[in-house]
Design a protein. Structure first.
Length: 264
């Protein structure tokens, strides 16, 4: 049972009412349960942010690292003990801003870890500032007149850097999210899942997105399954976010280094 993976004595959690982080955490735990992983061989690593508090509510070994540094710490853990299943729990700012360089190089190296991005389009813990994933024109505490920057497409960024499994889902599509988390964790190589959630306290309130429930159900209106998107025109997809599996390839073969020849 999923409850076996939770430190119930630490509940209730610190997240705001209506926060989507709990749904992403539940989906992650369900994926782990479906894979029937040995809990003693699962390690969760997080940085700083709302989402990064998630591992502390689980019974798995976990490490709460510095801001943006979860991926290199996870890499070290995996290299030290390859038998472990190492999962990074991170936010959109933690992973794509201060931790962005670590993300692309871990993908480039095809490190066998899974990165789960709790993506709520802003820095929720520190006051609702814009992150590299904040949609253009959005209101945040650092963009009161609307965000002028274009956001990263995190799935394309990870794929371009060399990740061998990349997917995106939203918390409205819970089974879809669980399925892709399960595949990501089981994948041999660097995997990333962009899990889009809601932050009603900051992003939702600033951008008049309605209640937390409305923010969740609205995902069905602006998210499109990849299989459906392939049949639509660019005009029909304007303003939409595509969800699904974008990359799933076999792990890159390790580089072979020949032993130096003895000098005569």
């Amino acid at each position: 049972m999923i409850s076996d993976f939770l430190r119930c004595e630490r509940l209730p959690n610190i997240w705001c009412p209506g926060c989507g982080n709990g749904i992403v955490l539940h989906a992650l735990l369900e994926a782990i349960e479906q894979l029937q992983l040995d809990p003693d061989k699962v390690v969760l690593v997080s940085g700083i942010g709302c989402s990064s508090r998630a591992p502390a509510y689980t019974t798995f070994d976990n490490v709460h690292t510095l801001h943006g540094r979860a991926i290199p710490v996870a890499t070290g853990i995996k290299l030290a003990n390859p038998d472990l299943t190492v999962i990074v729990v991170t936010g959109d700012g933690d992973s794509s801003a201060i931790g962005g360089n670590h993300l692309i190089h871990a993908a480039r190296r095809d490190v066998n870890i899974t990165v789960v991005v709790f993506n709520n389009y802003n820095y929720g813990m520190t006051g609702g500032q814009a992150s590299p994933l904040t949609p253009s024109s959005s209101i945040t505490t650092t963009t009161p007149n609307g965000n002028l920057d274009r956001p990263f497409d995190l799935a394309k960024l990870a794929a371009g850097a060399g990740a061998t499994y990349v997917a995106r889902s939203g918390i409205y599509f819970t089974k879809h999210l669980v399925d892709h988390l399960r595949k990501a964790i089981a994948h041999d190589g660097f995997s990333l899942v962009d899990a889009v959630a809601q932050c009603p306290t900051y992003f939702g309130r600033f951008n008049k997105k309605g209640s937390a429930g409305q923010m969740v159900t609205s995902q069905k209106d602006w998210m499109v399954l990849k299989s459906v998107a392939e049949k639509k025109t660019p005009e029909e997809l304007a303003g939409k976010i595509i969800i699904g599996e974008f990359v799933n390839i076999e792990r890159h073969a390790p580089v072979s280094v020949a032993a130096p020849k003895e000098q005569a």
